[in-house]
Design a protein around this ligand. Sequence first.
Ligand code: ATP
Ligand code: LTN
Length: 333
Amino acid sequence: MMKERKVSFSGIQPSGELHLGNYLGALRHWPTFQEKYDCVYCVVDAHAITVRQDPAKLRRSTLELYAQLIACGIDPEKSILFVQSQVPAHAELAWILNCYTMFGELSRMTQFKDKSARNADNINAGLFTYPSLMAADILLYQTDVVPVGEDQRQHVELARDIVKRFNGVYGDVFTEPEAVIPKFGARVMSLNNPESKMSKSMPEGCVFVMEKPEDIMRKFKRAVTDSDTENCVCYDRAAKPGVATLMDIYSACTGRSFEAIEAEFAGQGYGAFKPKVGEAVVELLRPVREETQRLLADKAYLESVYRAGAEKAAHVAERTLRKVQKKVGFLAR
Ligand code: ATP
Ligand code: LTN
């Protein structure tokens, strides 16, 4: 069947709170895809349990993230917006794809190596086969493009390799997906450690979307700049990584170029610059936070939307799954 528009798929884990890195690197771009593509967005709770989760917290985070996606501008009427565990086809296809994914390939995944180092007491099989579930997410919808941050490029590449392998044996079953990485905001760095990416595991250097404005301002006022006495707001990632991090964020929030920012703060120093970046972030996140709170107060609405989303997703996903099951030799139901 010919598709009228290309399909875009992306997913995000409900593991902890959404932060500015997630927002600038991923979520902020997602609504714009709706104009050009048939979009599918998924809260990947099944991926989240590859590391230990508190069940009550996971349920709350899943609902909150679902609301945040709507608050960011994903329209559940225009796009398919659903929760991964509510569409069993994902787990079913993931099993089949596991049998077409090599041990060596999974062993080379950077995220697996990082996460097993960080969770040395729980290097479970799910953590290892995480990329085949992610490939299932993508391939079930015959996805053309996958908007993700730089850190997910390797997983999308693996999904492409699985497609080539599978299609090589069975003919044209899956569409080959392509990662789309944003030019700006792809790697937001930590405020108190500008050499590493902003991450919820380092909360002091991390700004959360639902955080109170005064807490956000405090984090920016404490942000690391550098120790030179020149006190100059100018972009030099190697020599002044802290200042570069703040300039990246300010530029992403305001759309201003580095030259324009340098001109704006010429002669003013870090003392004036840091709170300005804080204010820009507060104003950028304010509508998302307020709309999320409004949506979370209406549980009945959210429930009806995620149920409808799962139904729409299952309809598309099952078509691909049946085809795959037939190809590999399972009996028809
Ligand atoms: P952690 O905070 O523990 O590092 P995470 O925030 O990376 O985890 P994910 O669910 O892996 O959690 O990320 C969701 C999306 O946000 C991904 O597309 C990822 O590329 C993007 N992302 C995460 N951190 C950043 C960052 N610092 N800068 C830009 N994009 C980011
Ligand atoms: N692994 C991704 C989340 C994710 C995803 C996907 C992204 C799961 N399935 C499918 C794009 C497409 C992450 O950790 N950010």
